[in-house]
Design a protein around this ligand. Sequence first.
Ligand code: ATP
Ligand code: MG
Length: 285
Amino acid sequence: MSTNNIPRVEVRNISKYFGNVIALSDVSMAVRAGEVMCLLGDNGAGKSTLIKTLSGVHQQSEGQYFVEGEEVRFNSPRDALNRGIATVYQDLAMIPLMSISRNFFLGSEPTKGIGPLKRFDIAFANRVAHEEMAKMGIDIRDPSQPVGTLSGGERQSVAIARAVYFGAKTLILDEPTAALGVKQAGTVLRYIAQARARGLAVVFITHNPHHAYAVGDRFTILKRGRTFGTFTKEELSREEMVRMMSGADELDALTHELQEFEHTDQLKAEGKLSETEQQLSDKLG
Ligand SMILES: Nc1ncnc2c1ncn2[C@@H]1O[C@H](COP(=O)(O)OP(=O)(O)OP(=O)(O)O)[C@@H](O)[C@H]1O
Ligand SMILES: [Mg+2]
């Protein structure tokens, strides 16, 4: 935990326009060291736009952005990285045929020797990749095996370990568990908790309220570019979160619709449908 309470990253009243599209409107949020902030919301809610603003891909159209209390304006992801803000995107920038350790050091290769003899220091890379993964509780047997042979969850874990090793203070994860099965998602969630325990500030985007509830300390909910606010676990039960994220009204409508189907099936079974209704029902399967 940090000794002070100044957020690692904070945005105040930011808006982002793409031409006529209002992707974000008057959004405020903050993340502190040793905390997991979940960013929740439906498709198109503005989650990716918000984290791309945090990570220097976009600049906000309006509002302010602070890193450790200092107002910033990033011109590129490199600027954000220099301030310790690392982002792991869903489509990981990894090369499947290259080894785990090669991928771990992609863009920052350790070398040995000089001049024409300068080469990638394989032993060093393998050792560090293995150690860093072990620190996070993952035992990779062979760091020289291709990344393509790892599971989706393990691959996400390599990306997170890499960000931590290269000094990230704020870790932003855009739906790392979206395409994963239960067990693999568990691996990534455990990893997120580890990062928090090591004092990182984590922004975790997910569509899954159960994943959010498992590791989140606070929850910021976006809907059509606006915030519903930020909630703690005490303020928002799992049931409420599920309801909020699924869209309670839509769910009620769906329940009603499903009951209608059931009703039709029942009538059909009892032979109470007229001939045309029967044909229609058969056609619909
Ligand atoms: N570069 C862009 N140009 C124009 N419109 C954009 C651009 N990026 C995002 N948008 C629009 O901004 C809105 C928010 O998009 P965003 O990708 O942030 O949503 P999201 O919450 O990440 O959704 P998802 O859950 O589907 O990933 C959408 O209406 C989207 O079409
Ligand atoms: Mg998105």
